[in-house]
Design a protein around this ligand. Structure first.
Ligand SMILES: Cc1ncc(COP(=O)(O)O)c(C=O)c1O
Length: 387
């Protein structure tokens, strides 16, 4: 059978080769320090699990939900006000099965084939996949050392800006670990107004931000509500990655367009999950704050520890990822990952898998406690791979 041409746009699973090597090493009894995938190892707070379990006992909650419960939409509004000081209305919100799914479908509601969309390079891979599913044309703006790993919209060529349908921005950033400086969102809003470009902000890590900085919502920027929408995932703040809970929030015409698309293929979020979302959004945020402190300890163990052994990894400023330059003796991040795994058991992700500007770097996920990170760094030092 000849399958859809669209599938040709998606490459082979790049993690395949690394995974084969990891399994082989595990079989030999080698110790693996897996810092490749961003699945948090922290526990989901009890009040959230209890809300889901209690709701699951009611047979009524096993029917099609067909809608976002008013109670959940109100909880999102109250949370945005409490946490970010941003006022939104229930009709400015749509739930989705995680930001991954939401971004994956978004371009189909917004773009015609050939429309230009602007994405960061390197970026979270579904930004690109979503645009390709809609047959839009991705153009990339770089996040690199020279620009402080931040979106500098003024540097986007004018002919591209004039044609672009939307721009995706995501800070704190996966994979590069940069955070929004105060003026960055203001510049983006002014630029978006000038060129009539929709801004899509992916707010996945506002609660994982270091050194006393406070994570914000893009929608809190004056004028942002006229030019933008924001994906707000509960996955990382509340360690509910498997429950698939995220919201698209902001400009109502955009929310309505995406709702129309999704209503063709979806009957609504499982009601017990909606109840769990309400519990997360209305409950105590102590665990969220404690966890951020733990992530910072891991960041310190990894970046600070690496610098002590002669590997100059700058501090990540936010997100659960560290962006590390590969040693000068390597030209390929994939090759470095393979050698690092072979020689030390440390598994990370090649930067090239996040886009061309990712070459020369690897990404570590902060999913191990500081003691394990220290052990992993000792293995790196002892292997001599940095020399
Ligand atoms: C930037 C970014 N956005 C979104 C997600 C996924 O969010 P969700 O679990 O809501 O699909 C991730 C997960 O790694 C991410 O790094």
């Amino acid at each position: 059978m000849k399958f859809a041409d669209r599938l040709n746009r998606f490459g082979e699973e790049i993690f395949g080769a690394l995974n084969v090597k990891k399994l082989a090493l595990e079989k030999q009894g080698r110790k693996i320090y897996n810092m490749s995938i961003g699945t948090p190892d922290f526990v989901t707070p009890e009040h959230i699990r209890e809300a889901l379990a209690a709701a699951a006992k009611d047979p009524e909650n096993w029917k099609y939900s067909l809608r976002d419960l008013p109670e959940m939409l109100d909880a999102v509004c109250a949370y945005y006000d409490r946490r970010f000081g941003v006022k939104i209305l229930p009709e400015q919100i749509m739930s989705c099965y995680g930001t991954q799914e939401g971004v994956g479908h978004l371009a189909m509601a917004l773009c015609n084939p050939g429309d230009i969309v602007l994405l960061p390079d390197p970026c979270y891979p579904v930004f690109q996949a979503g645009s390709l599913l809609a047959e839009a044309e991705p153009c990339y703006y770089p996040l690199n050392k020279e620009n402080g790993f931040l979106p500098r919209v003024a540097e986007i060529p004018e002919d591209i800006a004039k044609k672009a349908k939307y721009i995706i921005v995501s800070l704190p950033s996966n994979p590069v670990g940069s955070i929004a400086e105060p003026h960055i969102y203001e510049e983006i809003v002014a630029w978006a107004k000038k060129y009539d470009v929709l801004v899509i902000h992916d707010n996945a890590y506002s609660d994982i931000i270091f050194d006393g900085n406070i994570g914000k919502s893009f929608l809190g920027t004056p004028g942002a509500m006229d030019v933008g929408v924001e994906f707000f995932s509960l996955s990382k703040s509340f360690n509910v990655t498997g429950a698939r809970i995220s919201f698209l929030i902001g400009r109502k015409d955009v929310i309505d367009a995406v709702k129309l698309l999704r209503s063709q293929i979806d009957f609504g979020m499982f009601l017990p999950i909606q109840k769990a979302a309400v519990a997360a959004l209305t409950g105590s945020l102590d665990s969220v704050k404690e966890q951020c402190v733990e992530y910072q300890k891991r960041r310190d163990a990894l970046c600070g520890g690496a610098r002590k052994i002669g590997w100059n990894i700058p501090d990540a400023r936010g997100s659960m990822f560290v962006w590390a330059p590969i040693p000068d003796s390597y030209t390929s991040s994939m090759q470095f990952c393979m050698d690092l795994l072979e020689k030390t058991g440390v598994l990370c992700t090649p930067g090239s898998s996040f886009g061309p500007h990712g070459e020369g770097y690897v990404r570590f996920a902060l999913v191990l406690p500081p003691e394990k990170i220290e052990e992993a760094l000792k293995a790196v030092k002892d292997s001599g791979i940095l020399e």
